[in-house]
Structure formats: C-alpha cells, structure tokens
Design a protein around this ligand. Sequence first.
Ligand code: FPP
Length: 242
Amino acid sequence: MDIQKNLINFKRLPTHIAFIMDGNGRWAQKYNKTRAQGHEAGSKTLENLTKEMDRIGIQYVTAYAFSTENWNRPKAEVDFLMGLLRKYFKQHIRQAKKDNIKIKVIGDCSGLALDIQEQIKELENMTKDKTGLVLQLALNYGARDEMIRSIQKIGKDLLENKIKITEIDELMFEQYLDTATIPDPDLLIRTSGEIRLSNFLLWQMAYTELYFCEEFWPDFSIQNLYDAIYHFQQRKRRFGGL
Ligand code: FPP
C-alpha cells in the first residue's frame, strides 16, 4: 500500500539518503528494451528524485553509479555507462549556474577517462558554494578500495611526520575517507529486491537504516521514496544504546 504524503513528518526527514540504484537491466528485459535504455531510464529516475529531495530539504544524497566491480561488464555496456556519465555531467555543467545542487564525486577518479575527470573537476568547482542538496556520485567506487586508499594516505602522512600513530582514531580515519566532512547515511535504499550492500559505504553505514524494495530502479517513483521515508520514520534508532 502506498504511504500518503501527509503521514510523513517533514521535520524529521533523514539528513542523508544513500541509494543502490539496482535493476536497470531487469527493467529493460521486462519492457522489451535494451540494457542501454534501462540505464538511460535509470539516469532520469536519479534526476527526478534529486530534484524532489532538494525541494523537500534532504541535505545529502549518495548514489552508487559505477562500482569498482562494474568494469567486469561487457565493454559495450561499460562504454555506454561512461557515455551516459559524460552526458549527465555536460547537462549539469550547463545548468550549474541556475541550480542550487552541489555535486561531488567519491571513488577513485584516477581510474576514469581524462575527459570525465576534467568534467568532474569543473562541475565540483562550479557547484562548491551551492547551498542546496549535496549529491555525492559514487564512481569507480568500492568501500574496500576507499578504505585501502585512506590507509595509504595515512601511511604517507605518518612517514612525513604529519600525524602520530597515537592520534589515529575513528574521527581521524573518517577524514581520510572520500566522504570526509559528509555525515553518515541515515537511510539506505536498494531497489530491485536484492538484499545486500555490494561493497557500498561499508564504514559509513555502520548504523544506517536499511530499506529494500522490489521496484526496479527506473520504476522507483517519488511515491516509492515517500514509502521509504515513512518506514524510516517508524524505526527506533538506538546506535547501540538502549
Ligand atoms: C544497476 O543495474 C545499475 C548500475 C550498475 C548503474 C547505475 C547507473 C545508473 C542508474 C544510470 C547512470 C547514472 C548516472 C549518474 C548517469 P543493473 O545493470 O545491475 O541491473 P540488473 O541487475 O537488473 O542487470
């Protein structure tokens, strides 16, 4: 049953929502379309939801757009996804002046094509002072890879005597992650009926509320988002306490 919008407490929205946008391929199969069309439809879903979440005052969104493991897909699909990213960034660069969304990329950008790295730099720079929703796109992202890269940066700072071993604690470690300065997600939404984390934000999601739904990502609607927020608001978060 769909949750009515008036049951949502708009004063207690999750501060940060993370998305595993799963099911583009199965959506395509269901509607007799190509996988490429599935990804294209998926990118429109992200666009619509981002606008709505910015409108209602969600502060942070992280979307898993391309994982460190997605390189193992057929080359044609990887190429299509990279093309979609180029198109997405081009459009956002074009509309950055009038939008109020701040866009950041997490993941190992050095593994992306140089022109995409340039687009990311340009867009991050153009939107760095925006005051609306912060959208973190996870690209060439894997949580294990992120943690290893953090440990490498910590090791480098130790060798250069910038920090001491005894200073390393959770707070310091977090500052070396790609998500430094961004609060941990309150709610994770994964579409398409898969119930796993797939190497996404493993450190940051220690106390995140998890929500899994059956809809394929391109079909995930604003109504479905409200359903997820409603369920989130029924949970009692104890963070290990009583
Ligand atoms: C999972 O569906 C989705 C992905 C691996 C890519 C996510 C990408 C998008 C939503 C669109 C691109 C985003 C931007 C920002 C341009 P799947 O292919 O694993 O679906 P399946 O499991 O049904 O095959």
